[in-house]
Design a protein around this ligand. Structure first.
Ligand code: HEC
Ligand code: HEC
Length: 223
């Protein structure tokens, strides 16, 4: 029945129908209704409405209190294997949360927490994180970082920007945690770890481990 409704009716209408016509399904369809809210449209709405954005950011910040255990206060992680969320592009963050929630990207502990967030909490959390400044440290090995900059300025800048801040379509990588960066780039290169992306696969295929080490030294120190 729900499959039928999902297939043949616009999502929002189907969710409402299931909720009102089939009270027995109310519990599970509340989650279904949440899943059907168009998060991208809600984000665009909030970005065009300062008062709504502020209201959602407060909600999101509250919901994100538990996230600070790993991602740090204000999304500045203090663990090199856990990514910063601070300063990240909201569209990218929201898409990753969607991927965790629907199982395309896997990290067991997070999946459950993200599924438990309401649509407005998710949109609010990404607005909150996007507005937080990223804390960066200068490169420990300046010569290695300089080598990485040469590589970065040939390849990576095309999508992530010369300043590493990306844009609405591409992730910010400037100032990202080093161990996380290394693991993520290697995952894209090898098609491992449940992270696949054709653009990143193409652009990491020819990287040696030494290239990755240099690029990470540079990127993690970018402000
Ligand atoms: C137990 C530690 C932990 C907690 C708590 C946690 N996360 Fe994460 N989070 C991680 C790890 C580890 C990764 C990286 C997973 C990977 O390598 O793909 C991650 C990745 C992410 C990403 C993707 C970042 C990127 O740059 O692609 C988002 C978004 C995210 N978490 C949001 C949240 C939110 C929102 C919460 C709170 C509801 C939360 N996390 C709580 C450990 C945690
Ligand atoms: C043609 C465009 C393109 C180029 C060039 C490119 N990237 Fe990406 N990059 C992307 C896209 C798209 C994503 C998001 C993929 C996803 O959803 O998993 C991404 C994601 C990433 C991430 C994950 C960010 C996070 O928070 O998890 C890292 C790290 C990264 N790129 C590093 C690099 C590096 C280093 C280079 C240069 C060697 C590079 N990229 C070149 C398009 C590109």
């Amino acid at each position: 029945m729900t499959m039928f409704l999902k297939t043949y009716l616009p999502c929002a209408v189907a969710a409402t129908l299931v909720l009102t016509v089939l009270p027995g399904f109310a519990q599970s369809s509340k989650a279904a209704a949440n899943a059907k809210v168009d998060l991208s449209a809600r984000l665009i709405e909030a970005e065009a409405n300062t008062a709504l954005a502020a209201e959602l950011a407060i909600k999101g910040r509250r919901a994100a209190a538990v996230c600070a255990n790993c991602h740090g206060e204000g999304g500045n992680s203090v663990k090199p294997d856990i990514p910063n969320l601070a300063g990240q592009n909201p569209t990218y963050l929201l898409e990753q949360m969607r991927q965790f929630a629907d199982g395309r990207r896997r990290f067991d502990f997070m999946e459950g927490m993200i599924k438990a967030m309401s649509p407005d909490e998710k949109v609010g959390a990404v607005l909150f994180y996007a507005a937080q400044p990223v804390i960066t440290a200068p490169a420990k090995n300046a010569a290695l970082a300089a080598k990485g900059k040469t590589y970065y300025d040939k390849i990576c800048f095309r999508c992530h920007g010369s300043d590493g801040k990306g844009n609405n379509a591409f992730a910010r990588i400037a100032g990202q945690q080093s161990v996380y960066l290394t693991a993520t780039i290697k995952n894209y290169r090898g098609g491992t770890g449940g992270r696949t992306n054709p653009l990143m696969a193409d652009n990491t295929r020819h990287m040696t481990d030494a290239d990755i080490e240099a690029v990470v030294a540079y990127v993690s120190s970018m402000k």
